[in-house]
Design a protein around this ligand. Structure first.
Ligand code: ZN
Length: 281
């Protein structure tokens, strides 16, 4: 294993026709895979997949927009690909607790706060579900995979998530698909947490400053497939092997100023994940 995609959804139906080929392409290229559940059924599927494959691990939990009804945002592909629900969904603590104890499960999530796709009146329920995830993570002593997304209004989801973690979490946490501001990133690091970047860094350059200024040992790499394919496959289905393009782009963005080589960055990004999730290489 030379690379790792720490957050993707090859458990989704988008891969039903060729899932084993997608996994083989990653495996042959030395890419480890962490597959992330977004509700109970998809979490079970992650565990099954991870149990069947080497260099594959699972994360179990309920996406914040699975816990609360989605506000339709037409610019968001995520909404188009999901079934919209009209009711709040309860978090089945017992069922997730059982899954969380599986040795192939390396974190709890993706969980957190999504103010972008949610109505204000659902935020309290989202917070309640988030805290239940934290309690499960504490009880099995495994880290948290966070999904945090701001709305256009003044509430800062990052700051609210940090406050909840401060009160409840006894385990490490990673802010996946980090899209906050520089100050949010600093606050995340000051609280002892990490962030991960997706293929967005290959086609949009508004995160370059974050990529450059983050301490290398605080960042990880992910595809969030099937969403946000990197530049070479922009607009098409994403898959774990494309994480190599993301690693190379991070190396390119940082390389000029830090003097870090591509090899060194590649190794450290893998090492960060191995340490964070306690993986057996
Ligand atoms: Zn995700």
């Amino acid at each position: 294993m030379k690379y790792i995609d720490i957050h993707g959804h090859i458990n989704f139906p988008e891969y039903d026709a060729d899932r084993e080929e997608v996994i083989k392409r990653a495996h042959d290229a030395g890419v480890g895979i962490i597959v992330v559940g977004t509700d109970l059924e998809s979490s079970k599927k992650c565990v099954e997949l991870a149990e069947k494959h080497e260099e594959m691990w699972a994360i179990v939990g309920m996406h914040p927009t699975e816990a609360t009804p989605i506000v339709e945002v037409h610019s968001s592909k995520r909404v188009d690909l999901r079934k919209s629900m009209s009711e709040r969904v309860a978090f089945d603590v017992e069922a997730f607790q059982t899954l969380a104890m599986n040795p192939k499960v390396v974190a709890i999530g993706e969980c957190g706060l999504d103010f972008f796709h949610s109505k204000l009146e659902d935020v309290a329920h989202q917070k309640e579900v988030f805290i239940k995830h934290i309690e499960v993570a504490n009880s099995v002593n495994k880290p948290l995979m966070l999904h945090v997304r701001n709305s256009h209004s003044s509430t800062n989801a990052y700051q609210e998530a940090l406050a909840i973690l401060k009160d409840h979490a006894k385990v490490p946490a990673n802010f996946h698909f980090f899209a906050g501001k520089m100050q949010d990133m600093k606050d995340v690091f000051d609280a002892g947490y990490s962030i991960s970047f997706t293929g967005v860094v290959t086609f949009a350059h508004h995160y370059d400053e974050l990529v450059r200024s983050a301490p290398l040992e605080k960042i990880m790499t992910e595809t969030d497939c099937p969403f946000v394919a990197p530049l070479s496959h922009r607009g098409k289905r994403n898959e774990p092997v494309f994480v190599i393009e993301i690693v190379n782009e991070i190396a390119k963005i940082r390389g000029g100023t830090s003097g870090e080589s591509v090899e060194m960055i590649t190794e450290q990004l893998l090492e960060n994940a191995v340490k964070f999730f306690g993986l057996e290489k």
